[in-house]
Design a protein around this ligand. Structure first.
Ligand SMILES: Cc1cc2nc3c(=O)[nH]c(=O)nc-3n(C[C@H](O)[C@H](O)[C@H](O)COP(=O)(O)O)c2cc1C
Length: 195
């Protein structure tokens, strides 16, 4: 874990401002802050993140060879103790921004001795009706292959809603976000104390 304060970065993979992914992430963020944990919420749709080109230019460099916004996001991930990746469910999976983030950050990490070793990770998913589990599992697959501690909640971390803001009406979804934040804060503090 890095730094004196405990810090987290939360990525929003939806382009919809005030959308359900943002709503869920803000719910988690507010609780993390109440636990004294620093947070930064980053809308990925404001960033340029191209797909991985498999050029292997990252090997030994700890940076991607492509000149877009990925390296800025990678630096945020390196500095954070906890990483939350939020995505809307799009055709049963993550949005393109999230896919490009995990493909490239994951590849740079693995080509450089697992840069996110023992950080804490969690997915957050917004969904209208179906495919949330696949979306959740796609994000988990990144964390699980890169030495993250993955945090659970009282249910899988997703909330239902179609229109922007509708997920607020999903009481169980909101409770899941709160429990996720509590569990993540607890784990981050335990890890910090063990340093
Ligand atoms: C391109 C696209 C694909 C979608 N695919 C699915 C889907 O597979 N399953 C589903 O339940 N909802 C699907 N939806 C609905 C969104 O998951 C839902 O509206 C969600 O709340 C969006 O989150 P946001 O408000 O953060 O953008 C899709 C929406 C879009 C725009």
């Amino acid at each position: 874990m890095s730094g004196r304060d405990i810090s987290t970065v939360l990525f929003n993979g939806s382009p919809r401002k005030g959308g359900n992914t943002e709503l869920c992430l803000k719910r988690v963020e507010k609780k993390l802050q109440a636990h004294g944990i620093r947070t930064e919420l980053i809308p990925l749709a404001e960033k340029e993140i191209h797909p991985c080109k498999v050029c292997l230019g990252c090997k030994g460099k700890r940076r991607c060879a492509q000149d877009d916004d990925l390296n800025e996001l990678l630096a945020k991930m390196e500095q954070a103790d906890g990483i939350i990746i939020g995505s809307p469910t799009w055709f049963g999976s993550v949005s393109g921004w999230v896919k490009n983030l995990i493909d490239r950050a994951g590849f740079v990490s693995r080509m450089n001795g697992h840069m996110f070793y023992r950080k804490v990770g969690a997915p957050v998913v917004a969904v209208r009706r179906g495919g949330a589990v696949q979306t959740y599992n796609t994000i988990i697959s990144f964390f699980a292959i890169d030495h993250f501690y993955i945090v659970g909640s009282s249910y899988w971390n997703f909330a239902f809603g179609l229109r922007p803001g509708e997920a607020a009406e999903d009481a169980e979804g909101m409770e899941t976000m709160d429990d996720l934040a509590d569990n993540m804060a607890h784990l981050l503090k335990v890890l910090k104390a063990a340093e």
